[in-house]
Design a protein around this ligand. Structure first.
Ligand code: SF4
Length: 445
């Protein structure tokens, strides 16, 4: 099995650089063919510690990452396989993990995943059986040797797996409730076995420095890897409109990038690559344990250029940070429609039986064994009914200004609302101790 360069460096407290690959939709289309060809080229610069393979980003159908992760591993490239909870129940997640174990892929980034938005012949039904904390617990159990029923009902222990699991975190929240909840969730992920965390996309370096300080102050000890996504003006526009959950780009920044392209029609990309290098130098100087490069072409030459710029600013990272901030603008302001200005929202009060009836109506689930169903509530709200992703151990990373990723401007994120309800009585700390056991969907046979 090829050496896991990423894990080795992180465990030796060395700075890591990873590079994002997106498999795209199809099997042998241009995107997949280019990825197959390009991964060797980008790795050949010999300055990366892992290539990452995304799992159906933006909630759309896509080629699964496992095949590419296995291919990379077979070529001596260290992969990180993204594994999202969306579109899969716990058995499918376990199946994917065994597939990765067989292929010698150790690094797995466990995430909830973007809510499904598009698919063949319509919008797919959302499947969220486990959340990211529960998925990390499953990975951890597999690493210990999963206990499963064997012959004649006797429990047997499977051979321990060899995963090195990580998680995602969103540092770019505008309300205090969401910021505290993101750190709370990160602590839960750390407890559940996450060995590293990768930040969501955002460009506010001041906020990133604050986040790092807050996270360390609250007890986050795992390596934190910042995201350096090289935006095109078109993608910046999409992100500024809030169409990619968890990604924070202000409309001012999107406008600046569009102007930059108009003024420098031939070399605007080089300016972006240089800025990525400066951003990387700044993040390293702040104390992040690594950077995740994304939005770049699959080219060893381009990656080397970005890393050369980062090296050039290594001793002068504050100047690099100041340059980037001057070019992209300062802190992203909260949007005018921040839910902080609203009174507590009127979620319909429900008792447990009402919640179960609603669950049956929405999912078709027949709760014959109600005693076995973990219908947890948080501040009177039911994640299984009121949260589109059924997030039972803290919010996903997609809320924006207090609004739910799936219903922006219409429904509040229930975790945000629960935090506000409890904070009025100084009890928001109770959210840190909600039960992390996954819901059981009926009577085992
Ligand atoms: S309610 Fe909150 S946790 Fe649930 S999907 Fe919406 S934003 Fe995510």
């Amino acid at each position: 099995m090829a050496q896991n360069r990423f894990r080795k460096r992180l465990e030796a407290d060395q700075f890591v650089v990873t590079f994002e690959c997106v498999p795209g939709r199809g099997a042998f289309e241009r995107e997949q063919r280019e990825l197959e060809r390009g991964m060797a080229d980008v790795w050949s610069c010999n300055r990366l510690d892992a290539l990452t393979f995304a799992d159906s980003p933006s909630g759309r159908a896509s080629c699964a990452p496992e095949g590419f992760s296995a291919l990379a591993a077979s070529q001596g490239i260290t992969p990180i396989n993204f594994l999202t909870c969306k579109d899969k129940n716990r058995n499918e997640l376990e199946a994917r993990l065994w597939t990765l174990e067989r292929a010698g892929v150790e690094n797995v980034l466990c995430m909830s995943g973007d809510y499904p938005t598009r698919g063949w012949s319509g919008v797919p039904r959302a499947v969220y059986d486990l959340g990211s904390v529960e998925l990390l617990s499953l990975v951890n159990a597999m690493d210990q040797g999963l206990a499963v029923p064997g012959q004649r009902g006797r429990m047997q222990r499977l051979a321990p797996a060899h995963f090195f699991p990580g998680c995602a975190v969103s540092p770019f929240k505008h309300t205090q409730a969401e910021r505290e909840l993101q750190i709370m969730k990160l602590l839960r992920k750390q407890q559940a076995g996450a060995r590293f965390a990768v930040c969501q996309i955002g460009y506010d370096l001041t906020r990133l420095e604050e986040f790092l300080r807050e996270a360390r102050g609250e007890g986050v000890a795992i390596p934190l890897i910042a995201n350096v996504y090289v935006l095109t003006p078109a993608i910046a526009q999409v992100m500024a409109q809030g169409r990619i959950p968890g990604c924070d780009v202000s409309s001012q920044m999107a406008a600046r990038l569009a102007v930059e392209k108009d003024v420098h029609p031939t070399d605007w990309r080089e300016a972006h690559y240089a800025r990525a290098g400066k951003t990387m130098a700044a993040l390293r100087g702040m104390g992040f344990n690594g950077v995740h490069l994304a939005g770049l072409p699959l080219s060893g030459q381009v990656v080397s250029y970005v890393l050369d710029v980062a090296d050039a600013y290594h001793g002068d990272w504050r100047r690099a940070a100041a340059d980037v901030t001057a070019e992209l603008g300062t802190a992203t302001p909260p949007s005018r429609d921040s839910a902080d200005q609203l009174p507590p929202q009127d979620f319909p009060p429900r008792c447990g039986m009402e919640a179960l009836r609603m669950l049956r109506r929405v999912t078709g689930f027949d709760p014959r064994d109600t005693a076995g169903v973990g219908l947890g509530t948080i501040a009177g709200l039911y994640p299984i009914v009121d949260c589109p992703k059924h997030e039972g151990v803290g919010p996903c990373g997609g809320s924006r200004d207090g609004w739910c990723e799936v219903h922006p401007g219409e429904r509040l994120c229930i975790w945000y609302e629960a935090w506000r309800r409890l904070a009025e009585q100084g009890r928001e700390g109770e959210l840190f101790s909600v039960d992390a056991a996954p819901l059981s969907w009926g009577v085992p046979r």
